[in-house]
Design a protein around this ligand. Sequence first.
Ligand code: AMP
Length: 210
Amino acid sequence: MDMSSIVLFGPPGAGKGTQAARIMEATGLPQVSTGDMLRAAVKANTATGIEAKGYMDAGNLVPDEVIINLIKDRILEDDAVNGVMFDGFPRTIPQAEALSQITEVTHVIAIEVPDEKIVGRICGRYSCAGCGMVYHDTFNPVSSSGCDCGNWQEKRRADDNAETVQSRLDTYHQQTSPLADWYLEKGIFHPIDGDRAIDEITGDILVALE
Ligand code: AMP
C-alpha cells in the first residue's frame, strides 16, 4: 500500500467542498467526493444512481456496500496513484474499516460547525457547474460577472433544502460522528474551527497537513 490519503470530515454544510478545492491546489491531491460521484450517477441514470436517489432525497446514507464499491473503482484511476483527498467519505465505521484496507489515511481534517449554523449555510448555497466552485447567497456570492473560471453556470443541489438538511444532520450525528473517536484513537484527527473566514480555515488546514 504505497499511497496515502487524507479525509475531510464534518457535517453537511461545514465547507468541505470549498476547502477541498483549495487543498487540491496546494497539495495536488485529487478530490474524491462520494456525494459528487453519486449525483453524477443519478444524473446519468446508472444502476447505482437509481439505487442511491431515494436515500439521498431523504437525507439518509446510501448503503455501505454501494459506496465502498464506488471507492474501490475510483482509487484505481491514474490520478489516484499518490493518494487522494476524500470528501464526504467515510461516513460510517464499516466504510472507514474498508478504507483502511485500500489506502493509508495520514490526516483526518475535521471541519467543525455548530448545528444552528448549518441550515443557513446549506440553504442558499450554490456552485458553478463549470468548475465546481462553491458560493453562497449571503456569505460568499459569485461576482456580478460570474465565476472566475469563465464558464459560469449556476447549480443548486436538490437536497439543499430545509426539510432534508435536518435529516442529513440527524444522520450525521447518529452514524458519522462516532468516526471522530475512531480516528482520534489513531492519532490522526485534526479538529478545525469551521465557523470562521474561509481563508483562515484553509490556513489552519494547511498547517495541520504539514
Ligand atoms: P454530500 O454531497 O457529501 O453531502 O452527500 C450527499 C448525499 O449522498 C448524502 O446525504 C448521502 O445520501 C449520500 N452520500 C454521500 N457520501 C456518502 C457516503 N460516504 N456514505 C453514504 N452515503 C453517502
